[in-house]
Design a protein. Structure first.
Length: 238
């Protein structure tokens, strides 16, 4: 049979299929172009955007003369914190350096019940490092915080001990990516009893402008934002 303009049904059907195929190709082309444009924009602007995410985590304040320099233990890159604390001490910003540690899990406590003993006190290596860096042993205060497993529990244990010791103004030094959350938590918990200044460890390798280029720094950033989410989730649910 002949359809409009003298075309057979098969010819009309073939034309329709050809037009449908052309529309599909056009749509696919538009999709590919849009996708390419998206990745181009992502490549052009991802650096500044991701850099802002990385920079937000840092709260590096100008240190002021204080009663003590507190080295936080939870988190990553601990040794740069000791180096920073010693540097602040040598500059005369405080006469005491406070370290904490001696974390114990149920497994470790079980081993201790079976007779396990550490070869030296938990603080010995840290004290030796500080001593090498110019902090006399007698100016180092060690606080055992066996059950401090995160920033909140560490602040609770160490902060209460600082208040008992009579300290009124402290400098907290920690890893760069940990400074904002640590400062917020400490100020929230002890802001009415302690004047708190947060200082980032300068030798900490964290790079807020390029953290997404290194696997370990990606883990640091994701863990830090995850810790923020967990902190607020706990507060809201409390």
């Amino acid at each position: 049979m002949k359809g409009q303009e003298g075309l057979s049904e098969e010819e009309i059907r073939g034309n329709d299929e050809a037009m449908a195929e052309k529309r599909t190709i056009r749509r696919f082309s538009v999709f590919v172009l849009a996708l390419a444009l998206f990745f181009l924009l992502l490549w052009l602007f991802s650096g500044p955007i991701l850099g802002q995410f990385g920079q937000f985590l840092i709260r590096d304040q100008k240190p002021v003369a204080s009663d003590a320099i507190v080295v936080l233990d939870t988190g990553v890159e601990y040794y740069p914190r000791l180096i920073e604390a010693a540097d602040l001490f040598r500059k005369g910003l405080a006469q005491k350096v406070v370290i904490n540690g001696n974390r114990k899990t149920d497994v470790l406590r079980g081993l201790e019940k079976r007779g396990f003993k550490e070869c030296c006190p938990w603080y010995e290596d840290r004290v030796r490092i500080l001593d090498i860096l110019g902090v006399p042993r007698k100016e180092i205060l060690t606080i055992s915080a066996e059950d401090a497993y995160d920033t909140v529990s560490e602040a609770d244990t160490v902060g209460r001990e600082l208040v008992r010791e009579g300290f009124g103004r402290v400098i907290i030094t920690t890893s760069k990516s940990h400074t904002r959350r640590a400062g917020y938590i400490w100020t929230t918990m002890f802001g009415d009893r302690l004047s708190i200044c947060t200082v980032a460890a300068k030798t900490d390798p964290y790079d807020p402008k390029g953290w997404w280029k290194q696997g370990r720094q990606i883990r640091w950033v994701l863990a830090e934002y995850g810790a923020w989410v967990y902190y607020w989730w706990k507060r809201i649910g409390a």
